[in-house]
Ligand binder design. Structure first.
Ligand SMILES: NC(=O)c1ccc[n+]([C@@H]2O[C@H](COP(=O)([O-])OP(=O)(O)OC[C@H]3O[C@@H](n4cnc5c(N)ncnc54)[C@H](OP(=O)(O)O)[C@@H]3O)[C@@H](O)[C@H]2O)c1
Length: 338
């Protein structure tokens, strides 16, 4: 099986490439710069900006593939040339979208592939929906062999999957309170990149997946308090001080989080994984969040250079908790799904 990964050197793509090669596929990745992460042995590398159709055409020559996977399509402009470029030279084109396309509040839980897609405000999700619609049109009108794959919040050892990232861990270890949105009880799901790769690889070159969309998620159910408590446990903090504040209050102090909290993180997200399990019989996630959190903490503790504390964010948390005037931290979004 010959697979082409456009931008397949990132957090999720590199795990999928490693898994695909291990399962016997012939994998080529196209990146615009030397990958920051290790590339698995056996993965062939090409260099081109995949958003430049001419550069991509030149890099690919007349090669044909069984599956092309686009890991870096974010706007219709990024993908509009792909039906023309890949029809007739790949058996399947996989668009990596996101479960953030599903409208919030979700009218019915659990979320399935047929839950309504709607996001007029949150630009990342709105643009992913536009990409899905454009590519679906090519599938319907011209037989473009599309499969839409939607990850949800996916992490590996190199990330702390909460918005405050390492700043949250640093505060916990220092005995300082950490802000959690809402009551800490809304439900969320986290998927380790290796579990994503286990579920994803069998979808490549799978005839039954063409014309389908599949949410590739672990199906874990975690509250935001559980996520923070699990991270605290992995960080060796027995009694972390979690302080709950509404998403609106947090956004007053950290405006950069306003959109992602309002349109994404504050909503409960529960997934029905039946379709994934039907297409990939036997798939079961193997990395619990407790294990994944231990791996992340071990990775950070082994790489002190990663332990960057956002002092502006930390001051905004203090101001929020003291009730003093907002300082308006920009708020990096380290562990964000987007
Ligand atoms: N992580 C999550 O929780 C999550 C959740 C839902 C959906 N997703 C989706 O998953 C996809 C991201 O996958 P990932 O985590 O593997 O990606 P990633 O970590 O963002 O890495 C993308 C890779 O592609 C390269 N790249 C970016 N733009 C390029 C271009 N124009 N031409 C060539 N190479 C380019 C990057 O290199 P540079 O260093 O040059 O940028 C990097 O090596 C996205 O489509 C995202 O929307 C992720």
């Amino acid at each position: 099986m010959r697979a082409l990964f456009l931008g397949g050197a990132g957090m999720i793509g590199s795990a999928a490439a490693a898994r695909a090669v291990a399962s016997g596929a012939d994998v080529t990745i196209v990146t615009r710069s030397a990958p920051a992460r290790p590339v698995a042995d056996g993965v062939r590398q090409l260099r081109a900006d995949v958003r430049d159709p001419e550069a991509l055409k030149a890099a690919l020559g007349d090669e044909e593939f069984d599956a092309v996977v686009n890991w870096v399509g974010f706007t219709p402009d990024d993908v509009s040339a792909h039906p023309g470029l890949f029809t007739g030279r790949t058996g399947q084109y996989v668009f990596i979208s996101t479960c953030s396309v599903f409208g919030r509040p979700v009218p019915n839980l659990p979320i399935t592939e047929s839950s309504p897609r709607r996001q007029p405000v949150f630009g990342y999700a709105r643009d992913k929906i536009a990409c899905e619609l454009l590519l679906e049109d090519a599938y319907r009108s011209a037989g473009f062999p599309l499969t839409i794959v939607r990850p949800f919040h996916t992490y590996d050892a190199t990330v702390i999957p909460v918005l405050a990232g390492w700043t949250a861990i640093d505060r916990m270890r220092a005995g300082r309170p950490v802000v959690v949105h809402g009551d800490g009880t809304s439900l969320w799901s986290l998927t380790h990149s290796r579990d994503f790769a286990r579920a994803f690889t069998p979808l490549l070159s799978l005839d039954h997946a063409v014309g389908e969309s599949v949410n590739v998620v672990s199906g874990d159910i975690l509250t935001w308090d559980q996520i923070h408590l699990t991270l605290a446990g992995a960080a060796g903090v027995r009694e972390p001080l979690l302080r709950h504040r509404s998403s609106e209050s947090i956004a007053e102090y950290v405006p950069g989080w306003g959109e992602v909290l309002e349109h994404d993180f504050r909503h409960s997200m529960l997934f029905d994984t039946s379709k994934l399990r039907a297409l990939v019989p036997g798939f079961a996630p193997q990395v619990s969040f407790a294990e994944g959190a231990r791996q992340s903490l071990a990775h950070y503790d082994a790489h002190p250079e990663l332990k960057s504390v956002d002092q502006e964010l930390s001051r905004a948390f203090d101001a929020l908790l003291e009730g003093s005037a907002p300082q308006q931290a920009t708020g990096g979004r380290e562990g964000s799904a987007a």
